[in-house]
Design a protein around this ligand. Structure first.
Ligand SMILES: [Fe+2]
Ligand SMILES: [Fe+2]
Length: 289
């Protein structure tokens, strides 16, 4: 991978948070005025976000996802406890403004603490705390556009409701007749479990967690970046009734992910015992990455 792409092509964003900041701009919190998000609109960031999507939409093909699955779903890269993984993830440093960017642990804790404050079940809190652990892929040398970004099905037509749909013109799948029809390799309403999604931190963590968490939690992890469905409803034709039922949980999760930034950061040290117990309740002591 590293030989094929320049550093700029691997990592166009100053920070992987820039994708999430762009989501906030696209999907502002309803109670807030669009005005408040103006500060995200500096033109340099808009350019790098565009570049990021261009690469993502060009290279995330059916074959690309198949290759990434074959490599990363062996889980032979590293063995870590969840806490070691959190520390590891926190070594992901951003070049962007250090005043505004939170470290990864803070984003996870702010998400999970907001869920806990609303009195949700403990597995929901744990899901908030873990949901972005798959971003360790960045630390295994993966390009940003193969770790974060809105996810979408591969193997069938790209919806024009996906952000920057014009960039799919450069994706070889869009001229491959196996993959460029409405259903492509899938059957109507076959269920999302049969659908290959563009590769990133969602699917990777889902595959790691699938034996340990309730189904609702697994849907939240697996589809939290699937904005083309949970915000735009662009792929209902591939979903079952059961998928729709479960997406109520994906919808419930999304505001905690996007809008949980608080002015006073949670005290990670004080919270650690609570999260240690929670992790021990559901997960084995070491995880294979
Ligand atoms: Fe995420
Ligand atoms: Fe997140």
């Amino acid at each position: 991978m590293k030989d094929l792409f320049t550093e700029k092509q691997l990592n166009p964003l100053a920070s992987i948070e820039d994708w999430e900041d762009d989501l906030l701009k696209r999907y502002p919190e309803e109670t807030k005025e669009k005005e408040e998000y103006r500060n995200y609109e500096d033109s340099e960031r808009v350019d790098t976000v565009r570049e990021f999507y261009k690469l993502n939409h060009t290279y995330q093909t059916y074959d690309f996802v198949t290759q990434k699955e074959a490599n990363f779903l062996k889980f032979d890269k590293k063995e870590m406890s969840l806490w070691e993984a959190v520390d590891f993830l926190n070594t992901l440093v951003d070049d962007s403004d250090p005043d505004t960017s939170l470290d990864q642990l803070q984003h996870l804790l702010q998400t999970s603490e907001a869920i806990r404050a609303d009195g949700h079940p403990d597995w929901f809190v744990l899901t908030g705390f873990m949901h972005d652990m798959g971003k360790v892929l960045c630390l295994f040398g993966e390009p940003q556009w193969a770790v974060v970004g809105d996810t979408f099905p591969v193997g069938c037509q790209h919806s024009d409701k996906i952000v920057y749909p014009e960039f799919f013109q450069a994706n070889p799948d869009s001229t491959d007749e196996r993959y460029n029809t409405k259903y492509g390799v899938y059957e109507p309403n076959c269920g999302l479990d049969k659908v290959k999604m563009s590769w990133g931190h969602d699917e990777y963590l889902y595959q790691m967690m699938k034996d340990y968490l309730p189904e609702e939690a697994l849907y939240m992890i697996r589809y939290h970046s699937f904005y083309p469905q949970h915000k735009e409803n662009a792929y209902a034709h591939l979903m079952t009734e059961h998928d729709h039922e479960m997406f109520k949980w994906v919808d419930k999760f999304n505001p905690y992910d996007l809008y949980s930034k608080v002015p006073t950061p949670p005290d990670a040290k004080a919270l650690r015992p609570y999260y240690e117990d929670l992790v021990a309740k559901y997960l084995p002591s070491t995880l294979k990455f």
